[in-house]
Design a protein around this ligand. Structure first.
Ligand SMILES: *Cc1c(COP(=O)(O)O)cnc(C)c1O
Length: 363
């Protein structure tokens, strides 16, 4: 606390990102990074970017990258907004599109950055409880609101919503923005992207951090109606005209163009997730049905915090959330390479034993 801080700053409770450990040799399964990394073509494009040009500012509008994204999703360039990670895109969306008199609605168990943006921008919000199965119940969002935000699939549950339910919500909710955060959509959920043509209040947010293996480059984007994108651009141009550097624009464009690498690595992660879930279920774990590149799992005999600590002693880093209380018994595990999943299973067998063993502890 400092007397030089503004009142806003004094009252902030910042988002806490997952640990980036300095210690080498750890198996890092705590922040949903992609174990296979980006397309080699993205690395080439970054290396080939003319260093002479680093002297010059980048294109403030990222037109070439936005054209690539527009082509990918069958929309116009004016329907695409890019930012320094989707976190920045989300921040601008809260500021530009979700700051109204009525509260913004989002799930009580979801990406914990949403309430942080609300506090930063002074936005009223209400957290809508998940149902007993940890699912988002979209009928609960049909009321007065200043906007609706949810990830699909949700984080950190990994559970996806059916497309039809989201479209029903869009039909019932046309007076405020519906923001669907599709950070993990490539790992198994159905995208609402095609609906942007029919619903001017729909904003779809994506990131290259997860399914494109570029968390270190910081590139995210939003697709929506030209009026929503113009609102975001007004805030961006009042904040930072050059959110994406030349290397980020070049790398992102090449990564998005390499669909072969994207599909191959995505499929490997999905395959590993399914295999890991089966093996862990045999050990007695309860795992929420995941459509993401992570799973949320709990064991009846070991509290989540303890399991995370024991894995850490064995050089495996996973994420445990103390809050909200409903998920404190779980750990969130990012899907790593096949070898990393095997190493995790080896340690888990030692920690929890087989199903037969854990049944004894339960009885
Ligand atoms: C990881 C994540 C983001 C942020 O991604 P960046 O593009 O790396 O900023 C946004 N939303 C959700 C739900 C995420 O899990």
């Amino acid at each position: 606390m400092s007397r030089y801080w503004s009142e806003t700053t004094r009252n902030l409770v910042p988002y806490v990102p997952g640990e980036q450990p300095k210690q080498p040799g750890l198996i890092k399964l705590n922040t949903n990074e992609n174990p296979y990394g980006p397309s080699p073509q993205a690395l080439e494009a970054i290396q080939a970017a003319n260093c002479e040009h680093l002297r010059l500012y980048p294109d403030p509008a990222s037109d070439a990258l936005r054209d690539t994204i527009a082509g990918l999703h069958n929309v116009d360039r004016q329907q695409v907004f890019v930012g320094n990670g989707s976190d920045e895109v989300l921040a601008h969306a809260f500021n530009a599109l979700l700051c109204h008199e009525a509260p913004v609605l989002f799930p009580d168990v979801t990406y914990s950055f949403y309430p942080v943006y609300c506090d930063l921008y002074g936005i009223a919000f209400e957290q809508v409880p998940l149902d007993e199965q940890f699912q988002i119940r979209l009928q609960d969002y049909r009321r007065q609101n200043g906007g609706i935000v949810f990830p699909n699939p949700n984080a950190p549950t990994g559970i996806a919503l059916p497309l039809e339910q989201i479209e029903d919500l869009l039909q019932a909710n046309s007076d405020s923005v519906v923001l669907v955060d599709e950070a993990y959509v490539d790992f198994g959920a159905r995208s609402v992207m095609a609906l942007v043509h029919r619903y001017p209040q729909l904003l779809v947010v994506r990131t290259l951090s997860k399914s494109h293996g570029l968390a270190g480059l910081r590139v995210g984007y939003a697709v929506g109606s030209p009026e929503l994108i113009e609102g975001l651009t007004r805030v961006k141009d009042s904040f930072n005209s050059y959110p994406l550097g030349r290397l980020a624009q070049a790398g992102a464009q090449a990564a998005l163009a390499d669909s072969a690498w994207f599909i191959e690595t995505r499929n490997r992660i999905v395959h590993s997730r399914e295999a890991l879930c089966l093996r862990m279920q045999e050990m007695g774990f309860e795992i929420l049905p995941s459509s993401a590149n992570f799973i949320l799992a709990r064991h009846p005999a070991i509290p989540g915090e303890q399991l995370a600590a024991q894995l850490r002693e064995n050089n495996i880093v996973v994420r445990h959330f103390r809050r909200p209380a409903r998920i404190s018994a779980f750990v969130r595990i990012t899907i790593g390479t096949e070898a990393q999943c095997d190493a995790l299973l080896t340690v888990l067998v030692r920690l929890v034993g087989t199903r037969a063993d854990s049944a004894i502890t339960l009885d």
